[in-house]
Design a binder for this molecule. Sequence first.
Ligand SMILES: [Zn+2]
Length: 278
Amino acid sequence: MPELPEVECLSRAIKSVLEGKRIQDVKFYRKDLRGEIPIQKFRSLLVGQAVTKVHRRSKYMLWDTAQGIGIIHLGMTGNVIYRQTPTPELAHTHAVFTVGDKAGDPSGYLHYVDPRRFGWISCCTHDEFPDHDFFKKLGPEPLSQIDLVDYLWVKSRKKTVAIKNFLMNAHVVVGVGNIYANEALFRAGVRPSRPAGKVSRKEMDRIVPSIRETLREAIKAGGTSFRDFKNADGEPGYFAIKLQVYGRGGQECRSCGNLIKTSRLGNRATYFCTHCQK
Ligand SMILES: [Zn+2]
């Protein structure tokens, strides 16, 4: 499943070919993905419009025009690729967006591909955005929220849920997937199973930079080019960072040499070092 770093990398790549350009046309090859595609509304808000901004909220890519916002989500297996032809080249191509200047020839085509169809293509007006079902309950962005330590500290008080599950809850903070939660807690020296409410302020001071470092390394490794980000195991981000604990159960801790332990928290694979993480 594409995680925050992959969606950020893809957004940057698409920004380079779409921002300041116009969506001249769109051809949909089906009416629905995970949900119905609002085809008429998408046309009225996006087609013929200049894209003023390409950005990301959680794992949604957003294309802003004066009329509204295009919403692209990759689901489990989705991708957007840039091509010089409008003809679908890959199986499971569900939409092709024609990109061009105001009056000129098309400069390229964005192909939305999603074999398992858990993704979304949607849209909303600027007024609808704050209360949109996709966005209204989301926590802050881990990379850009300025007072994230304070926020997480206050939010975690009296919470008995494991700190790892707390951080992976998108209603608390978005974009901290399983690999990143494991790696960030190792870097911060905090045991994943610790109740969130028992994490000290000092530890939260380490957890937040650890999350940011881990995500930034993955984004940096992913670069700004269009790429197929899924590895053979279907786990995202795997290629992108040197893993300290994730997937290393029974192997020696790179820091202390003790064996990395495994468990399951919230039914997700959890890896930690009992010596390095308290
Ligand atoms: Zn260790």
